[in-house]
Design a protein around this ligand. Structure first.
Ligand code: PHE
Ligand code: NA
Length: 453
């Protein structure tokens, strides 16, 4: 058995946790979600979700990892024999996500180059779907898309090398480079976006509060959904990362810092994206509403169009935008891949390098499926099921098991309180035993209802 790895510094752990949290969800999911769910009024349910579920769950996961000192399956299994499968469920979800997350990062690498040479031409949508992804007939998955292979290989090479090197010299060092760089690049992007004509219109549209939204349960579900996804909760990640913390670590404080850092980045992204959308609306004589988009469409169809419209240094702006996606994506990919590397290594008593070769190698091979022509449909379907059911179920299993079956909350509370100046009170247990399961249960039923309608 190798000696358990440990972070070198507290900042190293925090940057790694932020690296996991700050991802594509902040850049392309949050802005559109906020806009569609009340704009400025969305911040109320969002903040509420952060404080009643996001940070409390983060504290719980950090404490579990720290107390039981293992990957998610190991830690949960140590808490109670029958709980190991909950950890594996989370690991499985992380595994599946990693296979397509890698492909999206590979696309962003290619698009960083296209930003400089303008390869996407005037019609950025038909370029993305047709020339780039080679989607010929909707729903058809065809042969291999050769141009994605090299960037995809680079993505996996970086990720697996970092993981193979280890926690302190690999994951920690990578995040110490990636995250500060990401913040600087992103600040440049936001400042540039704010100085474009029409930026104010975009911000107005983004912050304009629709107070009626507060009365809509769907808006609250969206807020909780965004918080869970964005903080990488119930993906086995935060348990794994906190298991590498030294014995004396202020867990509660770390959770607050991670939560607020992630939300700050999210707000920053919302401002940058909407400033740019406001510019585009002005250039194309449309309303901001007509150009709003999220997800893959925002990054690979709308942003190239915005870049086409920019008066000066558009290539540099575009390059920085896609470079940010790559950095945000890589630090998240490293974290999800680490969950199964750690899980498999502990379960089968393998060295880290062997676990990286087997687990990482397998996900790299599976990711080729999405790199095929038309693989986008495949990606969309898997992503839909993972997001609608996989994650919510993982979170629900976890809180119900810990709070109700193991009745472990008081023990975890005592553990966290012995290490922090911030004292967790009964409010913390109420958030986890009641609020979180009710919201997650409601979310699942809601998604199921939409599916069946
Ligand atoms: N938290 C990441 C984001 O906001 C998404 C993510 C989920 C990353 C799960 C890793 C694992 O983009
Ligand atoms: Na996030």
């Amino acid at each position: 058995m190798e000696k358990r790895s440990q972070w070198g510094t507290r900042v190293g752990f925090l940057l790694a946790a932020m690296g996991s949290a700050i991802g594509l969800g902040n850049i392309w999911r949050f802005p559109a979600t906020a806009y569609e769910n009340g704009g400025g009024a969305f911040f109320l349910p969002y903040l509420f979700a952060l404080l009643t579920a996001g940070i409390p769950l983060l504290i719980m996961e950090y404490t579990i990892g720290h107390k039981y000192r293992g990957s998610a399956p190991k830690s949960l299994g140590r808490m109670r024999k029958g709980f190991e499968w909950i950890g594996w469920w989370q690991v499985a979800i992380s595994f599946i996500i990693s296979t397509y997350y890698a492909v999206i990062i590979a696309w962003a690498i290619l698009y960083a180059g296209y930003a400089l040479n303008g390869a996407w031409g005037d019609d950025t949508t038909s370029f993305f779907v047709g020339d780039f992804l080679n989607v010929t007939e909707p729903g058809v998955v065809g042969g291999m898309n050769m141009k994605i292979l090299i960037p995809l290989a680079i993505v996996w090479l970086i990720t697996l090398t970092v993981l193979g090197i280890g926690v302190k010299k690999g994951i920690e060092v990578a995040n110490k480079i990636f995250i500060p760089t990401l913040v600087v690049l992103f600040l440049i992007i936001v400042v540039r976006a704010l100085t474009l004509d029409g930026a104010v219109d975009g911000l107005q549209a983004f912050f304009q509060p629709n107070w009626d939204a507060i009365g809509d349960p769907g808006v609250w579900v969206a807020a909780y959904g965004q918080i869970f996804f964005s903080l990488s909760i119930a993906f086995a990640i935060m348990i794994t990362y906190s298991s590498y913390l030294p014995k004396k670590s202020d867990i509660t404080n770390n959770a607050f810092i991670t939560g607020f850092a992630n939300s700050s980045f999210e707000l920053l992204a919302g401002i940058g994206v909407f400033a740019a959308l406001g510019f585009m609306a002005l250039q194309t004589n449309q309303g901001v509403t007509d150009v709003v988009d999220g997800g893959i469409g925002l990054a690979f169809m709308v942003f190239p169009q915005i870049i086409n419209e920019m008066p000066v240094l558009s290539g540099v702006f575009g390059f920085l935008f896609f470079a940010s996606l790559v950095l945000a994506g890589l630090s998240s990919l490293i974290s999800i891949t680490e969950t199964y590397v750690a899980g498999v290594a502990e379960k089968f008593n393998l060295s880290r390098v062997t676990a990286v070769a087997i687990g990482g190698g397998l996900s790299a091979i599976i990711s080729l499926l999405y790199a095929s022509n038309g693989g986008l449909f495949f990606l969309d379907t898997v992503d839909h099921f993972i997001n609608s059911y996989g994650v919510a179920l993982a979170g629900l299993f976890e809180v119900v098991a810990v709070a109700w079956f193991a009745k472990e909350l008081k023990n975890l509370q005592a553990h966290a309180n012995s290490l922090s100046d911030i004292m967790l009170g009964a409010w913390w247990r109420v958030c986890l035993a009641w609020i979180t399961p009710v919201v997650l249960g409601y979310m699942l039923l809601q998604n199921l209802r939409v599916e069946l309608m």
